[in-house]
Design a protein around this ligand. Structure first.
Ligand code: SF4
Length: 352
């Protein structure tokens, strides 16, 4: 059986193979492709080949450590840690001993990075203290996931030992959250100005989000040079105000992961997806987030006891898809370890 692609898809794939920037209309066109069509599989194949060429067979695991739980008064509609969700009625801060145990365990199991997350009102000074402590105790690169910051605060994060920040302009930012998308974009510029790596994801995707909004955020990730920028779907916790919209499936997420990979071209060092699953690993993703501590998707204060996947489980999924979690990370080095300018094979090996 031969598969004939539409000329438009063939031209977009040619552009992406040459790392050319796709335009907004082309991205929306790809996001709208029939999930069962040959074109969607061709996009996923092209995205996978692009990742194999640029990341080799590296499978990344960046351990999310949520430092605290609080009934957060910012009340972002998709988050389980809000005052209005009513799941967490008291502030809980995990002890330093507990965070150190998670971090040391993460290092021993080969975590490539550690994303240190705080809720909206967590004191910034305490995050800096935690960075200083972790920098002394573990060698794994530290990434902060916190509120909007100034240049001075960005420099303080660097001084405390963080090498990057995870910070997304979320889908529905300013509608489903009280935050200004422009202010969040300015914070990303702060990272760039002070020399922090910027980590991103198109998130939290739900069925109600327009393709245009998604495409716009994908282009922003490319243009502002995200270290990684894949796709995370929204998880509706029981009683979530977003339950009415439903959730996208992992398969739909895989199509979106593939499109975002083509958009990112030769900019990123990895391509993330959340929560961990196989489908997106066939569509260009190679980075998972194992989770401990607080998570905005969970009903448990410690996500390791709830929805979170651990490092071993993430490694097992990566290996099942012929990716190697123990190769060195591509995210924190001057040049990617695995870079190859050859067109890639589709599976566990780069084509020779
Ligand atoms: S996403 Fe962050 S700022 Fe928003 S409610 Fe949750 S913890 Fe607070």
């Amino acid at each position: 059986m031969t598969m004939k692609l539409s000329p438009k898809v063939a031209e977009i794939l040619r552009k992406s193979q040459d790392f050319e920037e796709l335009d907004q209309e082309e991205i929306v066109f790809l996001l709208r492709l029939d999930l069962c069509s040959a074109e969607t599989y061709a996009v996923m194949h092209a995205a996978n080949a692009l990742s194999r060429a640029t990341f080799g067979t590296k499978g990344e695991r960046h351990l999310h450590i949520g430092l605290n739980v609080e009934p957060c008064r910012f009340d972002c509609l998709f988050c389980s840690l809000t005052r209005t969700a009513g799941i967490f009625t008291e502030a809980v801060e995990f002890s330093i001993e507990q965070v150190l145990e998670w971090a040391r365990n993460g290092q021993s199991k080969g975590a490539d990075g550690m994303n240190i997350m705080t809720t909206g009102f967590y004191p910034f000074e305490k995050l800096l203290d935690m960075g200083r402590l972790l920098r002394r105790e573990v060698r794994v690169p530290l990434v902060a996931n916190t509120r909007d910051i100034s240049h001075k605060e960005g420099e303080a994060l660097l001084e405390a030992g963080f090498v990057g920040c995870y910070h997304a302009i979320r889908l529905g930012e300013g509608r489903d959250t009280p935050f200004s998308p422009e202010k969040r974009r300015q914070t990303i510029q702060v990272f760039k100005d002070v020399g922090l790596l910027w980590m991103n994801c198109i998130e939290p995707v739900g069925p109600e989000h327009s393709h245009e909004e998604i495409a716009g955020l994908m282009l922003l990730a490319r243009r502002m040079g995200a270290t990684y920028s894949g796709v995370m779907r929204r998880i509706n916790f029981p009683g979530s105000p977003m339950e009415q919209h439903g959730m996208i499936t992992e398969r739909e997420m895989a199509r979106m992961v593939a499109v975002s990979r083509l958009v990112m071209g030769n900019v990123p060092r990895a391509h993330c997806t959340h929560e961990p699953h196989t489908a997106s690993l066939m569509a260009g993703a190679n980075l998972f987030f194992p989770e401990v501590g607080s998570s905005p998707r969970d009903l448990q204060a410690d996500s390791a006891k709830g929805r979170g996947s651990d490092l071993d489980a993430c490694a097992a999924i990566l290996r099942e898809m012929n990716l190697d979690p123990l190769l060195p990370s591509n995210c924190f080095t001057a040049a990617p370890h695995a870079f190859s300018d050859k067109p890639a094979g589709c599976g566990g090996q780069v084509a020779e």
